[in-house]
Ligand binder design. Structure first.
Ligand code: NZQ
Ligand code: ZN
Length: 380
């Protein structure tokens, strides 16, 4: 295991009826702004619960943070927050609302333009924020990451801000999720684990088994959710798997990858594809192109997660990659660019962008523009 220091400051408040605790969790003297997405919370009762919990409090609302939150929208919240002297933020929504709120937090406390903050990569000096999570997927409720888009240039980059002070996770709020968002959420959780697991072998037994446990859970609950998305126990596992997959815990002491994510963000930036959908296409192709480098870990994953442990090593790897593609297919997601209706022209654009910026993604820092071209060609 590599050396590490781990501290996650977010307080998790999990379970039915927990939104009512908001009043106690947010400091009484906070000058509060509550941020929302496009309105799903008005339809599923979450907004009413938040309003009831905040009765008598002084706060303003900001609506309209879109999926893949855009800096152009966030600037409006930042301006409003600065003008109103806001010193505490509550995000009510999914990864997009929470991510967007992390940038709002940093920019309210800073004189730097919001997009320049994104390009800077991190700023921990923002005002406090907290979250009521409505969709299990990103782990944003318990990490400091945010991924921000710029509509004007079709760019999408990660940014690191503050961790939420607390996050409320009530599995009942997920009952209203559309099937497609559930599929994308499951895909995102699965790939988060893979990015922190499918790397160097023999680093940590305990982290490997945490990772495999989350993968097995996601595989087990996916058909159960399809059959019934209002089962509390199943949706609880869905919600907690998402948090555990990207709250930093399973990354401790082990090598991480994230090449699939970086390529996926480009697909989203250029085509608008939903985040989890982009990963379902890119991950199997990354496994295929990097099969030599990832060989031992692919074999371990195949044996422990899918029970594939017979036959020649090469045929086993082939089967394991196919099984992974079938899993994404079983969620109802496309596993090729063609199936997703995306043309081959994105390949050049992304490879050229990566060549121009000189990035080297991935655990071995070898996913540059040309390697990305190979991976995306495999996605066709
Ligand atoms: O906007 P509203 O009307 O609320 O609708 C949302 C949105 O259309 C809807 N939704 C959310 N909860 C719902 C619901 N509909 C019905 N019932 C509910 N309970 O779902 C749609 C998608 O929401 P969004 O927040 O975009 O989804 P997600 O949580 O998957 O977030 C995706 C964003 O997070 C980034 C992605 O790149 C993408 O921009 N990520 C953030 C990460 C992080 N902070 O660590 C890591 C991830 O890898 C990811 O990159
Ligand atoms: Zn993700």
């Amino acid at each position: 295991m590599q050396n590490f220091t781990y501290q996650n400051p977010t307080r998790l408040v999990f379970g039915r009826g927990q939104i009512a605790k908001l009043a106690k969790l947010i400091p009484a003297d906070a000058k509060l702004m509550v941020t929302f997405g496009g309105g799903s919370v008005r339809r599923n009762g979450v907004y009413d619960q938040v309003k009831a919990a905040l009765e008598g409090r002084d706060y303003i609302e900001f609506w309209g943070i879109e999926p893949n939150p855009r800096v152009e929208t966030l600037r409006k919240a930042i301006e409003q927050g600065k003008a109103s002297g806001i010193n505490y933020l509550l995000a009510v929504g999914g990864g997009s609302v929470i991510d967007g709120t992390k940038l709002i937090s940093a920019a309210i406390a800073s004189d730097i333009d919001a997009w320049d903050l994104v390009l800077k990569g991190s700023d921990r000096g923002g005002i406090p924020l907290a979250a009521v999570l409505t969709i299990p997927a990103t782990g944003s409720e318990m990490n400091s990451g945010a991924v921000i888009s710029r509509e004007e240039t079709h760019e999408k980059f990660p940014f690191y801000g503050r961790y939420p002070e607390f996050s409320i996770l009530d599995p009942e709020v997920t009952y209203s999720l559309p099937d497609y968002q559930i599929a994308c959420g499951l895909s995102d959780i699965f790939v988060h684990v893979m990015e922190q697991y499918l790397t160097t072998p023999d680093q940590s037994r305990v982290m490997d088994r945490w990772a495999e446990g989350i993968l097995q859970t996601v595989i087990e609950i996916a058909p159960m959710i399809r059959a019934n998305k209002t089962d509390y126990r199943t949706m609880s596992d869905f919600m907690f798997s998402a948090t555990m997959a990207l709250n930093g815990y399973i990354a401790q002491g082990v090598t991480e990858d994230w090449a699939t994510h970086m390529i996926g963000h480009e697909l989203t930036a250029l085509t608008g594809m939903t985040h989890g959908a982009s990963l379902a296409i890119v991950l199997p192709a990354t496994m295929s192109v990097l099969r030599e480098q990832k060989r031992d870990k692919i074999l371990q994953y195949g044996a422990r997660v899918w029970g594939i442990d017979g036959g020649s090593l090469d045929s086993r790897i082939e089967q394991i990659i196919s099984r992974t593609r079938e899993f994404f297919h079983s969620l109802g997601l496309a596993v090729t660019l063609t199936e997703a209706g995306v043309g081959a022209e994105v390949i050049d654009t992304i490879a050229e962008r990566f060549n121009r910026t000189g990035v080297h993604h991935g655990e071995a820092a070898n996913v540059d523009g040309e390697m990305t071209r190979k991976i995306l060609t495999e996605c066709l």
